[in-house]
Write a protein that binds this ligand. Structure first.
Ligand SMILES: [Zn+2]
Length: 412
């Protein structure tokens, strides 16, 4: 540990001074469908027993996600029992299950007590040839039959194409218009293979927005690292719901991470996000899921990574000590997280040494802080140093000043 928390500092502006976009109304009323218990179950390391699923569902509910999506009850007997158990918890979040678009799965799903059913069906030429083998006319027929069946039971329904960005646009618009007309709550757009970029997302969602009157849900895989940016672009274009998982876990390298979406949206509309979601719970829920799937939270994770709020270079540390907004677009206090100043390197500046000395109840003149900093830099030029090394230099320097001798004498 080479960085230590420093006293709370106030951000001068709530969102780092970012100006809102003109189409801001689209991004300020989004809903989160968290799919850690569906997409996340497809993560290579994931195995959630019933107890763990319930613990994660409760944590997501406390965080305030709008929907929790569960694995299809048609997957296995235990999946069905778990789905029923979570529906019975009486959570505030609505419970969805994600099923193939066929009558057998729909019948099983509606009997579990879910609030909503998320249908998916491949519409790309790859799916039509290699997956379900249906023609587009058959896709329409099946979708409408299943939608009618679910709607008749007063259960919320979404119809999503799979691999939307590699599907024929005319086919896509035609199926979305058809399902919108029969009254689905949402259509879903899924970048199943993670090939889309933010501009393509904006253009497709804008086009779909112009042909359907219902809500639009989106699902972005992260194969090219665009999952968060794509979610943001989708909201700007008129999408209403974003699929996330905790830490982004999912098939291959996963989907839009809950924490990354939250980070992005706090910058866009801090007040909306902190009023709606219990963002101080983010770190705990990420740790819960990381432990469950036996991974570490990455060092560079949005908000909760070990380095997310650590400042090292002298120029950065000085400015952050004066006004954190200079180098922080997010306020760690919003997430219940401490900011750190790394004061143990050759890049350390005297303002950081002064702040550290004050934390140790040591007061020196500015000239003395600068002299003390030179000693820290000199040692750091010879080897990697720790916070304890810096502390002992500061304390030794202070003692030497009191005794009127050099720090080297004190050390001996
Ligand atoms: Zn997916």
């Amino acid at each position: 540990m080479i960085a230590r928390p420093i006293a709370a500092l106030n951000h001068a502006t709530s969102s780092g001074g970012i100006r809102n976009h003109s189409d801001f109304s689209h991004v300020s009323c989004f809903k989160i469908i968290d799919s850690t218990l569906r997409e996340g179950e497809q993560f290579s390391n994931a195995f959630f027993d019933t107890e763990k699923k319930i613990e994660i569902a409760r944590a997501l509910d406390e965080f305030g996600v709008d929907y929790i999506e569960l694995t299809t009850p048609a997957a296995s007997e235990q999946s069905r029992a778990d789905c029923e158990a979570i529906c019975k918890l009486g959570l505030r979040a609505k419970i969805l299950t994600h099923i193939r678009c066929n009558m057998d799965d729909a019948r099983i799903a509606v009997e579990t007590g879910v609030h909503g059913v998320n249908l998916f069906l491949g519409t790309s030429s790859f799916s039509m040839k290699s997956s379900h083998g249906k023609k587009m006319s058959d896709v329409h027929k099946t979708a409408l039959e299943v939608i009618e069946y679910v709607k008749a039971r007063n259960i919320e329904i979404r119809f999503s194409s799979e691999d939307s960005f590699r599907s024929d646009l005319v086919d896509l618009l035609s199926i979305y218009q058809a399902v919108s007309k029969v009254g689905v709550n949402r259509v879903g757009i899924a970048d199943t293979v993670g090939c889309a970029n933010p501009q393509q997302v904006y253009d497709l969602i804008k086009t779909i927005r112009s042909v359907v009157s219902c809500e639009i849900e989106t699902h972005f895989h992260n194969d090219t690292g665009c999952a968060i940016a794509n979610a943001y672009s989708a909201l700007r274009a008129g999408a209403t719901h974003i699929d996330t998982t905790v830490l982004g876990i999912g098939e291959r390298n996963g989907i839009t991470p809950l924490g990354g979406l939250i980070a992005c949206m706090v910058v866009a509309d801090r007040d909306y996000v902190i009023n709606k979601y219990n963002i101080k719970k983010l770190k705990a829920i990420e740790q819960l899921v990381a432990d469950a799937v036996k991974i570490d939270i990455p060092f560079n994770n949005y908000i909760t990574g070990s380095c997310a709020f650590t400042h090292k270079a002298g120029v950065h540390a000085k400015a952050v000590l004066n006004n954190p907004s200079t180098y922080e677009v997010l306020n760690p206090a919003d997430f219940g997280i401490d900011r750190c100043i790394n004061f143990a390197s050759r890049l350390t500046g005297w303002n950081a040494i002064k702040a550290r000395a004050e934390a140790l109840s040591i007061s020196l003149t500015d000239a003395q802080y600068k002299e003390c900093t030179a000693k820290v830099k000199a040692l750091a030029d010879t080897r990697e140093i720790t916070a304890d090394d810096t502390d002992s230099i500061i304390i030794g320097f202070h003692d030497a000043q009191k005794l009127g001798v050099s720090i080297e004498c004190v050390r001996k």
